[in-house]
Each structure stands twice: as C-alpha cells, then as structure tokens.
Design a binder for this molecule. Sequence first.
Ligand code: XMP
Length: 522
Amino acid sequence: MAEASTLKSGGIIILDFGSQTAQLIARRVRELGAYAPLLPFSTTRKQADAAVPGFRGVILSGGPASVYEADAPTLPDWVLEADVPVLGICYGMQLLTQALGGQVAQATHREYGMATVEITGTGNLFAGLDAAQTVWMSHGDRIERPPDGFQVLARTDNAPFAAIGQPARGWFGVQFHPEVTHTAHGPAMLRNFALNTCGAQTGWTPANLIHASIDAIREQVGTGRVLLGMSGGVDSSVAGELIHRAVGEQLVPVFVNHGMLRQGEADQVVTLGRQLGWANMVAVDTTEEFLDRLADITDPEEKRIIIGATFAEVFEREAGKQGQLDWLAQGTIYPDVIESAGTGRPGAKRIKSHHNVGGLPDHLKPRLVEPLRDLFKDEVRAVGTALGLPDEIVWRQPFPGPGLGVRCIGAITWERLETLRAADHIFTRELGEAGLLREGTAQAFAILLPVRSVGVMGDNRTYDEVIVLRAVTTSDFMTADWARLPEDLLARVSSRIVNEVPGVNRVMYDISTKPPATIEWE
Ligand code: XMP
C-alpha cells in the first residue's frame, strides 16, 4: 500500500515565480504520474525535502519580473547545489542564465503568441520531436549570451537562444511555455525532462492516491466521528467517499436542501449517499425556512447574507442532533491551498466555492479533515471516477453556495424558482447531450430576469418572463469568455424553453466577457 511519503517521493519541485501558467506546469507533470507541488520561490532546501522526499528535479516557472530589476525574485542557491536536473521556463530560464554567468537583456521586440522554433540540438529535451516546433512565447527579455558550457538547442529570429542546455548536468532553459496547450508538443518536452532526464518516480496515480488518502484519514481521525457538509458537488462527494472507505460509519454526511438547487439535484445527492452505502447520511429539506426569510429580498448581497447565515444556522442545528462529532471534513483543493499560501502570484484572488460551514462550533474548527488538499480539480475528478462515482457527479460544473438564489434576479419565490429550474434543465440537458458540459463550457446555466416582455402566442398577446442563457469558457474563473455555442443548439434550447416552460416567452444569450461582467448575474 502506498504511504503518502512514497507517493510524493522522487517527484519534481516547481518553484513559482509568479507566472499565470505556473499551476499548469504542475498539472502537466502530474499527468505524467510524477508528484509535482508548486512551491514559493523562497522555499528553503529543508522545505523542498519535506515537500518531495528525494526530489529528482526542479522546474523554475515564468514570472512577470525582469531579472535585472532590483527587487526581482531570485534563484535559491540550493537549486543549483542539489545536483538534480533543472528546467527554467521563460523567467526561470533567465534566472538560470544570470545565476550561471550568462547575460539577459530586454529584447527589441516583445514576443507574444505563437512562434515556430527551429530545434538545433536535442540534449534529450527535444528527443523524438521534429525540427520545426510550434510554441507559445510571452516575453520581453531574452538571453543575449548563454552561460559558459551551454549549447543552443532551439532558436527563432527574435530569440536566437530560444532553448539552451547543458545536457550533461541536465540543466535546461526554454524561452517559450511548454505547459500551455498552444505549444503543440509541450507534453513531450516535459516528459523528456521529468521522466527521461530526471527519472522522476511515477506513483502519482488515482489508485495510489486513494490508498494513501484512506490510510492518512484513518490515522488522522482514529475512532472519531467526522461531519461532512454535503453539497452534491464533486469535491464534497469525493471527499465523502474517501472518508467513508476509510472509517465507514464514523462518517456523518449532512445535506441541507435550501430549495434553490437545480432540477433533480436533491434527489441525486440522496441517491448517491444511498448507492455508496453512507449509512449515517442526514438529508433535510428546509426550503420553507429559507424562502420565508428571503421573501421580498431583491438585493444580491442581502440575499447572500441571508442564505449564508440561514445555512450556517440550519447546518449547525442538524449537526447538533448527531451527537458527538470530532472532525469536520472539507473539500479544500490544491488551488485553494496555493492561493492561501500566497506563493507570490500577483493579483490572484478568486471567489471560492465555500460551502457555508462558517457557523460551526469553535471546537470543530481546528479539527479539519481535508483529503483533497493536494489535488487539482482534474485529479479530484480522476479519483472520483476511480472510486466509481457516477459521471453526473464527477463532471458537475461549479455551483455557487447561494444556488439559484443569485440566478433568480429580483424576488425569490417558489414559482419563479420552478420556472428557472425548468429552463436551466432544458439548457443543461441539451448541452450535456452535445458533450458541451464536460468540455466546451466551464459553467453554463440559466438566469431568470425581473422583467416581462410582450410576445405573441397563437392569436394572443402575452406578457411573460425572460430567461437568459449564460455559458462561459474559463480556466480560473477570474476571467471568462462567453462560449461560442452552435447556433442550432441555441435555437433548439430557445424553442424548447418558450414551448415547455409556462410563463416564459423570450430567451436571450449573454455575450459578455468577464471582466467587465461577472459570470453570475448577481
Ligand atoms: P463571478 O460571478 O464572480 O463568479 O464571475 C466566479 C465563480 O464564483 C462562483 N460564485 C460563487 N460561489 N458563493 C459561491 O460559493 C457565491 O456567493 C458565489 N458567487 C459567485 C461562480 O459561480 C463562479 O464559478
């Protein structure tokens, strides 16, 4: 059975110098089966050893600074003293060059976007790849003179040293970004580095993660009982099943239906709990309590405050009925951990999909069980699939804590929620059937406006409600673009909504980007 330490041993350390794509480097390396945490550039050797025992290599991320600026992030000495291969990407390459006595300067043209590099030597980094490679560049500085002993491995007209290396030591630098999908053979380059050059261990698989996580949970909670706030999202479901496999009936999942869930969602959560044999699952329907408190409230922030406070109250009340509870499980995932560690990334604030457990008794707060803290979302999904959770749960899109409450613009009533639910169901069903919920959209949903508009149905004038469809693509939810959905799909959804949902006569498609709009309407 894989212990947590062996699971992480022999992986690759990624030092974060602030690039927006630093997390992607970690994800790409992990896809190869090697553990790769993203650590702040100020990490000490001791911290690096603790994070990845026997690490086999280091990757230096890109970043917004220039190495010759006074307060630019610097390369820790231990990286070059560790006697392991090092790959510097963009700013990381420039740091490596500077540290080894080469020269970096501002390029005459800022290079941004796709470029074709000519591979002039492989040094293993480009083994098996054609001489012309499409890559993604984003840099203002460039290498003027590589360090002594370095070979030129790739060039472009603007960057004569687009890749350099000292293959005997396993030290490489690339000016472009192999971690982004625009670099066509980026995964092969990272494989060449992490597996072939570094010889990273490849035990980071869903099956090993499950074993290690179950062992760790058992060790942590002992004979204690674990409270889980169940939302029906992928994180709480996967966390719940890991805990259930670890400690069985010590798990107490509590699901509060606040009446602002999507169609069929409450049943789905209860069915999931039953299918997985969660014997102590508690499901309560508190719709009336929520809707009473929300009557006539139209201000979005007021709605959020009321929903959050009511949720905390109800959750605490229901949890209180379950006797002694020793631990609180949370579906915290790795991007949340990176963010709160503040690895030096500028401006990376994200609204978290917190699941309203803020009002729990103080004695539970420090006793957290967070089985997903090392995992990216795609890894949580892979673990969920390996645990046998159904696709509808594993591939569920993020859903805000206040639920349809912030998509039912204006006053929230049961009737308006039912209208919204029916329209949302038609839209998401059609997207699902077209394969556009898993890929093609990061979040897609309907909104009900507090506006009526005139229409005509048969010979009669109507004066009915308006539904807006919102579908976005995004990788981090900080910025988003509207999804270019097929016209025939939009036409079918529109026609189905006005025909099948009573009281709706008009359907709009939201073509705003974030910023300046947000993803949600409230
Ligand atoms: P916005 O609308 O700010 O949304 O572009 C970004 C992401 O955050 C989610 N979101 C929330 N999640 N409680 C939550 O748990 C909230 O109050 C909340 N508001 C927005 C939104 O669905 C999107 O994924």
